[in-house]
Design a protein around this ligand. Structure first.
Ligand code: 15L
Length: 265
């Protein structure tokens, strides 16, 4: 499938910068938005600096768009106000704009922090109750609920990606379980955009790691087949972090350090 126009929000962020070049072959026009600088437009790119909390601007942003990859928003635990504006108001504005502009599918960057208060010795799937590990996780839980409502009520499809840790390499022992390579991120996003029917689906974003906390069996219809693994990094990561403190909540819970971040006042 080649889309006439894809929108990538959060295009200046860590994952947005990776997906910018990787999504281009899948569309005629790639529209990119962020609040940070997006550089200059390459052929076939449209740049639109857009604060997600600006409802009118977001409505314009979705005009003429075939599908959205929504990475925009706050991506870590912070004080409440930025989370409220970007992740809660912003995600509402995005789905309202999708409804008004007739956009039929959204790939929503959710997070493993929606279930960060499960323990590292548990294996969960998308049907287990949400256990957010902070206000950031709560905002992603809101986004997932909103997406589910927009599917049930308006038929707008969403794949919610509960992304683990997508970096060039796992940075600590926790990330041996949560790691997703950029190549696997691309595979996951493209599968989510192109699977024939997704309805409202939730899938954990991880590579084919040996240590697994998340079971994606129920998302098999998306057709995501990870090709990479954290395993080649294991020896180096374990050598760097030799002991684990089992009194540290970051070691006990899947969300890692997020479970003990904040409060901020
Ligand atoms: C996230 O949701 C963050 O956006 C990212 O920066 C990582 O910290 C990741 O989770 C993680 O859990 O490792």
């Amino acid at each position: 499938i080649r889309f006439p126009r894809l929108l990538l929000t959060g295009a200046a962020g860590g994952l947005g910068r990776e997906l910018r070049s990787r999504l281009k072959p899948h569309c005629d026009v790639l529209r990119l938005s962020d609040i940070a600088d997006l550089g200059t437009a390459a052929p076939g790119e449209e740049l639109a600096i857009t604060p997600l909390e600006d409802r009118a601007a977001v409505l314009n942003l979705l005009e003429g768009v075939s599908a959205v990859v929504h990475l925009g928003g706050v991506s870590v635990e912070t004080p409440w106000d930025p989370i409220l504006q970007a992740n809660i108001v912003g995600t509402y504005n995005l789905y309202e704009a999708a409804r008004k502009q007739g956009v039929r599918r959204v790939v929503f960057a959710s997070s493993n922090h929606v279930t960060g208060f499960y323990r590292q010795n548990e294996v969960i799937d998308a049907d287990d109750p949400m256990r957010p590990d902070g206000l950031y996780g709560v905002s992603k839980a809101f986004g997932e609920s909103l997406a589910r409502f927009y599917f049930d009520r308006y038929g707008i499809e969403t794949v919610a990606l509960r992304i683990g840790s997508s970096f060039t390499a796992p940075r600590d022992r926790r990330m041996l379980a949560t790691f997703m390579s950029y190549d696997d991120l691309e595979r996951l996003v493209v599968a989510s955009l192109t699977a024939p029917v997704v309805g409202y689906s939730v899938i954990y974003g991880m590579s084919d790691n040996r240590t697994k906390w998340w079971d994606n069996t129920k998302a098999a219809h998306i057709g995501y087949v990870p090709q990479d693994s954290s395993e080649p990094f294991r020896a180096e990561v374990e050598a760097r972090q030799q002991t684990l403190d089992f009194n540290d909540p970051a070691v006990l819970y899947q969300g890692g350090p997020f479970v003990r971040t904040g409060p901020f006042e």
